[in-house]
Design a protein around this ligand. Structure first.
Ligand code: SF4
Ligand code: MSK
Length: 654
């Protein structure tokens, strides 16, 4: 039986759990139906205060050992480990897991790429040969006068090293600006291969191994860089080559994309292949007719979370909501099947799906859930899986028992920006270049660039930090690049349209209006954060803004983060030179040397640094102050007043 809500006294208004109106409605309905969602579980959970600050260790069975967070240097673990060792090891293992997840994803995409070029997988192909050549050229592969197959084969062999190398440097490291790369070489943190970096970090964090936090941080950075400049970048680039590089496309977001009179299938997860397979299958006239024979007007395929963001960017597939809405959307009763692959798939979905008679279907052998139906997806025969899913979803539509209540909220926006498109949009077809962007930064129209990315977290009212933070940044002429669940939060709030340009400060608004672009550019899923890395490198290489990524007037933020992947992403941005602020909280104790290293010391060594804050205005202030500091160091600072978003601005876009 599904978990039932019993303690009504503890419940706060649903509007305190989320600022998303559709999700609020569904949370209220769930409560009426007696079903507990993650949004309530998250608020009701009282996290262990010692664990929250990473002041405990269970790396061996002499412990677990706890340190007093209020007096972290008073006590050590049974083995003598200090708080700095304990928190560095815990942080390192978080980063290792996050990096492993992205690298596993990237390696899987590489395997698919190899099987496509070897003609073993016939349902997918090389869609974008221009991108193939561009990526190959970027790592030194000769393309002139060669067959597509030859170039693809060499690229595949070369990118394999991203995972399997045990020495040398990863292939995509060739894209890193020289000064940044020199810093990594100086400190011995250039990633070799993902497998060895993750393995070495796990080994170094074993009891009685690396017990100097200043030494541990080098392997932590190296493992994180193996994610950003390794597996994640492989995933993004090869997905573009196989499924097409996104370009700006109009797409609808929020639960209003569900249709009562259609068979609704939601795809949620991170790998694009299964979603691509579903997209092809729902167009099969046989299944469309089957759906009609059950009284439906058609089949409605929508996405959620990151694979949803990726498919929205690439094909304009509608998107039903971010991580914080994946359980709530099932409460509509309108979801005939939710199909999942890997990462960020809450186990709680199985119980909620059972309550609302929705098929929850796992498709990947690396992610099965007790209580869900497993129908494995194989790239070489996608229809074996997708046809079964369609049959189940159509049958469920024909026998829908649950009342259907679909929130009306729906918002159009422009998605699908890439670093290639930014170059083209600002530089033109024949002289595509980042120089116009740099020029606008140097002349002060654009104050700087911010990446605002990452998850939602039920510890925080859903979307309540993402939206005001981004509004404050654009108001202060900071161009915002977005990915993942953060992008969906802003899309729901209506900021991913050119019509949002007036919400920006006068300089940024002028650039947006001239080019016809939104002040907030959506770049896709969490692996697509690598698009931000490449854009940052291109800005350095275009000239005028310093020699390394650390010189750029830029900052990053994951305001409502929750996953270990987010920590790996944060660390690869910091190690690449970016000031990166995390909301919600941070798993270190402020008074410790390890915390000081992350939040100050790394910057003194030439890297970026971490920051943390909870209030969106406070986070914006920190990011803008950093951007201004970099402008000053570059000698492009001008006296400028920071503009605060007022109430009338807040009401402009509901
Ligand atoms: Fe305790 Fe040391 Fe074992 Fe960790 S490794 S549990 S600090 S004894
Ligand atoms: S899905 S990692 S909740 S962005 Fe990539 Fe969203 Fe964060 Fe998962």
């Amino acid at each position: 039986m599904a978990e039932k809500s019993t303690d009504k006294k503890k419940q706060v208004p649903a509007s305190e759990r989320t600022t998303c109106e559709a999700t609020r409605q569904m949370l209220e309905k769930a409560r009426r139906d007696g079903v507990i969602l993650d949004l309530d579980r998250g608020y009701d959970m009282k996290p262990c205060p010692i664990g929250a600050e990473s002041a405990c260790c269970k790396h061996c069975y002499m412990g677990p050992c706890r340190i007093n967070p209020r007096d972290p240097y008073k006590k050590v673990g049974v083995c003598g480990a200090t708080i700095d060792t304990i928190s560095a090891r815990n942080f390192g293992r978080n980063v290792a897991t996050g990096s492993a997840s992205h690298n596993d994803h990237g390696r899987h995409i590489l395997e698919l790429f190899r099987s496509v070029i070897e003609n073993k997988t016939k349902d997918f192909s090389i869609e974008d040969t221009q991108k193939l050549e561009r990526v190959a050229t970027s790592i030194g592969i000769e393309v002139e006068g060669r067959e597509v197959y030859d170039v693809a084969k060499e690229l595949c062999d070369e990118l394999e090293k991203t995972f399997s190398n045990v020495d040398g440097e990863m292939p995509f490291v060739k894209r890193v600006p020289e000064a940044t790369l020199e810093l990594w070489r100086r400190d011995g943190i250039v990633p070799r291969g993902a497998m060895i970096e993750v393995m070495e970090l796990m080994s170094r964090t074993h009891i009685g191994c690396d017990q100097d936090y200043t030494n541990l941080i080098t392997q932590i950075s190296r493992t994180a860089l193996a994610d950003g400049w390794g597996g994640s970048m492989v995933a993004t680039e090869l997905s573009d080559i196989m499924f097409g590089t996104p370009s700006p496309t109009l797409a609808d977001v929020n639960m209003g994309v569900l249709k009562e009179d259609h068979v609704n299938i939601i795809v949620h997860g991170h790998e694009p292949a299964m979603f691509e397979g579903m997209l092809a299958a729902v167009q099969d006239s046989f299944y469309v007719e089957e759906a009609k024979s059950k009284g439906a007007k058609g089949i409605n395929l929508v996405g959620m979370c990151c694979s949803g963001a990726e498919m929205m960017s690439r094909h304009g597939v509608p998107h039903a909501g971010n991580f914080g809405s994946t359980e709530a959307v099932i409460v509509t009763g309108a979801v005939d099947a939710m199909v999942v692959d890997i990462q960020c798939i809450k186990q709680g979905l199985a119980e909620v799906a059972k309550c609302y008679d929705t098929h929850l279907i796992t498709t990947n052998p690396r992610c099965r859930i007790e209580g869900a139906t497993h129908i494995e997806f194989h790239e070489h025969e996608p229809r074996t899986c997708t046809d079964q899913i369609l049959t189940k979803a159509i049958a469920r539509y024909g026998t829908r028992k649950m009342p259907v209540e679909i929130p009306k909220q729906i918002q159009s926006g422009v998605h699908g920006f890439t670093h290639e498109y930014i170059e083209y949009m600002l530089g033109g077809t024949f002289r595509g270049s980042y120089s116009p962007l740099n020029d606008n930064i140097i002349n002060g129209r654009i104050r700087g660039v911010a990446g605002v990315v990452g998850c939602t977290n039920p510890k925080v009212q859903q979307d309540s930090v993402h939206v005001p933070l981004v509004r404050e940044l654009i108001k202060n002429d900071v161009l915002v690049l977005q990915t993942g669940c953060s992008q969906i939060a802003l899309a729901k709030a209506g900021l991913l349209t050119p019509e949002a340009a007036p919400l920006a400060g006068p300089g940024l608004a002028e650039v947006c209006e001239t080019v016809g672009m939104p002040p907030v550019l959506g770049l896709g899923s969490c692996v697509d954060n690598t698009r931000i890395l490449i854009a940052a490198s291109a800005m350095v290489k275009a000239g005028g803004l310093g020699n390394s990524i650390a010189d750029l007037p830029a900052a990053g933020c994951a305001p409502e983060w929750m996953s270990e992947k987010a920590l790996a992403i944060g660390q690869y941005f910091v190690a690449s030179g970016v000031f990166t602020v995390f909301g919600v909280g941070f798993p270190t104790i402020k008074e410790t040397k390890f915390h000081d290293l992350l939040f100050n010391g790394l910057e003194n060594q030439g890297y970026g640094k971490w920051g943390t804050g909870k209030d969106p205005m406070e986070i914006a202030r920190m990011m803008i102050a950093h951007i201004d500091k970099k402008r000053k160091e570059l000698g492009i600072d001008k006296a400028r007043e920071r503009v605060l978003v007022d109430m009338s601005d807040r009401r402009d876009i509901a």
